[in-house]
Write a protein of this length. Structure first.
Length: 286
């Protein structure tokens, strides 16, 4: 039997959530992939083929990114609400237990899900997870209410450009390809995403504080790039200290975009972590 592939939308809390699902014919383990800020499930395109050999995989476009809804006035773009949307999606898909794999912002949303919706996910892999950032500053929040604030967001992101952003998140710049440039740029060719980003700035409540992180009891594997410029390694070390059941792995000569830079190493560590915590399906190879 071959892995079955599904893709589509589920309306969750008033917004269309796009997902791709790979249903393994025999594995009882499901992994849920959550991407980072200004990204999409595109960033996991090298990791998914490796993981779906042994597990069922669900990869999600977090609003307002990728193919998911952009600027619904009924949806709150807080990390807690995004975590709730993922939990609701998994209930809709009738998947009761799963492992979260979150990169950057997706890692922080994974932590929010573990904290606010205990019992949903049974463990998590945090790839260069954001941590300890504060709530959006008041001037930015007020700016987000202006009718054309999304144009400021578009201008700000346009100044940095996809090339500069990619050079900031990978250690070896020679690995940046035209496929990467087009894949990370394409979601930003429509104005809708900038309206969603303006609302995300308004709703951003900050990352979980240390006292909340210490209450997360599920096993967590932290994988970090040694040269991460976006979420420096000291954040990973602090998360490792605050998470009661955690282990930290540091990848040499690696930046922030670990699913792109080291997919096979990341896959190998994930499979080892899942075997250690109850999965009996992984063969250990990637």
């Amino acid at each position: 039997m071959e892995t079955e592939y599904f893709s589509g939308y589920k309306n969750i809390a008033g917004i269309d959530l796009y997902y791709e699902q790979y249903a393994h014919p025999t594995s009882k383990e499901t992994v849920v992939l959550l991407h980072g800020f200004l990204s999409s499930l595109f960033s996991f395109r090298h990791l998914v083929p490796l993981l779906k050999e042994d597990y069922s995989v669900v990869s999600v476009d977090l609003p307002p990114f990728g193919k998911s809804g952009k600027s619904s006035s009924n949806f709150k773009y807080s990390f807690k609400n995004l975590a709730g949307a993922v939990a609701s999606l998994m209930q809709t898909l009738k998947i009761s237990q799963y492992t979260l794999i979150g990169h950057s912002m997706g890692g922080q949303i994974s932590l929010n899900l573990l904290y606010h919706y205990p019992g949903s996910a049974k463990k998590a892999v945090l790839l260069c997870s954001s941590g300890y950032s504060k709530r959006s500053k008041l001037p930015l929040i007020l700016l987000s209410y202006l009718p054309f604030s999304y144009l400021y967001v578009k201008y700000y992101l346009g100044r940095s450009g996809v090339e500069q952003n990619l050079r900031n998140v990978v250690y070896d710049h020679s690995m940046i390809t035209e496929e990467m440039r087009e894949g990370y740029l394409s979601p930003f060719l429509e104005n809708g995403i900038f309206k969603g980003l303006a609302r995300m700035i308004r709703h951003h409540e900050g990352d979980l504080p240390a006292d909340a992180i210490r209450q997360v009891k599920e096993p967590c594997l932290l994988i970090w790039g040694e040269h991460d410029k976006v979420v420096p390694l000291h954040i990973g070390k602090r998360l490792h200290q605050d998470l009661p059941e955690s282990r930290l792995i540091v990848l040499k000569e690696t930046g922030h975009l670990v699913p792109e830079e080291r997919p096979q190493e990341v896959c190998r560590h994930i499979k080892g972590f899942l075997r250690e915590h109850g999965s009996d399906t992984a063969n250990g190879s990637c």
